[in-house]
Design a protein around this ligand. Structure first.
Ligand code: NAD
Length: 334
């Protein structure tokens, strides 16, 4: 397995490290347009100059790869993905799939023709508490889901100090909390309790210094099988938290990242049953995601988020933006 990581900023570096940790690739090359960053990554991860390229063109001229990670900003995703899939390369494609639907169907068709594996980087599907909660919900032991709620926030300026200087500051590059952050939650909700069918969103810039993109998002949804959903996110609260609650006919399930657990309750006004999970560090969910990707290439497991599921979340992102600007419910297109 020869792997190429394209773009080694924040998430590309994490992918590179996680694939090194998994130890299942014969070689890992990368391309990074910024000279200084390329030097830092090569040195930090012991990658020889001959495998550290300044462009995708150079990487493709000088090497052959079975798989690639696309970890560059969103506007590059579709053109790069088409090029690589055309060469028969399996892809770990970072989220969001794109910022519009242009070229998306053509990519999906090419992926079918070339029979390559494509995973989209909606990584919360790799969080141990999410995996356990999903398995419990799917088992039917709590009955039919009725309500889905998720609330998340973090001190983005502290956790991602470069935010003003990277794509996050520019909507046309995939910036703002809808395309960058709450999209992860839409993807989790869609997976957990059924497809998001319509959405209404309120979004605004409240306080995040040096940018004008939205830092606060509230969405309500209607989802498959009649589930009512609500999603809330900000990028400035002090606690770094994600709390998800799924209320079903016969029980309530909750995931709390900060407490590294999922919990359930089946008696009205009863006690929570806490189920701790192992989350040694932030790489944990990326390791699971990337392991599933390698297994999918070998045919032993499915990717955690398929291209079609990633495209469905792209449609939700687009509808959410439309709703935020028009102030009304928007149906998710097919
Ligand atoms: N799944 C996740 O948890 C997660 C987290 C952060 C970002 N992302 C997504 O990953 C993508 C990248 O985000 P990031 O935070 O790493 O951004 P970033 O700006 O930190 O890094 C992007 C890197 O790509 C490089 N680059 C740009 N164009 C290139 C090209 N043509 N060839 C080679 N290198 C190129 C840039 O120099 C930069 O180093 C975005 O789509 C973002 O939404 C996903």
């Amino acid at each position: 397995m020869r792997l190429l990581v394209i773009g080694t900023g924040s998430i590309g570096e994490r992918h590179l490290r996680c694939f090194q940790t998994l130890g299942r690739c014969d070689s890992i090359a990368f391309c990074e347009t910024r000279d200084e960053q390329r030097g830092i990554i090569a040195e930090r991860y012991g990658i020889p100059d001959s495998m550290a390229f300044a462009s995708l063109d150079a990487a493709l001229e000088q090497g052959e790869y079975e798989a690639a990670v696309i970890a560059t900003p969103a506007p590059t995703h579709i053109p790069m993905a088409k090029r690589l899939v055309g060469l028969g390369v399996h892809l770990m494609l970072e989220k969001p799939v794109s910022l519009s639907l242009d070229g998306v169907d053509a990519l999906a068709q090419l992926v079918e023709e070339k029979a390559v594996t494509v995973a989209v980087g909606y990584v919360h599907r790799g969080h141990p508490a999410m995996i356990a909660a999903k398995a419990a919900l799917d088992s039917g032991r709590f009955g039919r889901p009725l309500q889905f709620r998720v609330s998340s926030g973090q001190a983005f300026a502290v956790l991602r100090p470069a935010y003003r200087d990277v794509y996050f500051a520019k909507p046309e590059m995939g910036g703002g909390a809808i395309n960058d952050m709450i999209t992860h939650l839409y993807n989790v909700g869609d997976w957990m309790v059924g497809s998001i069918e319509r959405i209404v969103t309120d979004a605004a810039h409240q306080i995040l210094d040096g940018v004008t993109v939205e830092d606060t998002v509230h969405s309500m949804t209607r989802q498959g099988s009649g589930v009512m959903g609500s999603y809330a996110l900000n990028l400035y609260q002090q606690p770094n938290e994600l709390v998800m609650t799924v209320v079903c006919e016969g029980g309530t399930v909750q995931v709390e990242y900060a407490k590294k657990r999922w919990s359930w309750m089946t008696e009205p006004g009863g006690e929570w049953n806490h189920e701790p999970v192992e989350v040694p560090d932030r790489d944990t969910m990326y390791l699971r995601q990337n392991e599933a990707f390698l297994n999918a290439i070998e045919g032993s497991e499915a990717v955690l988020c398929s291209l079609n599921e990633g495209i469905r979340t792209l449609r939700v992102n687009l509808a959410s933006h439309q709703s935020a600007s028009e102030g009304q419910w928007v149906a998710i297109g097919q």
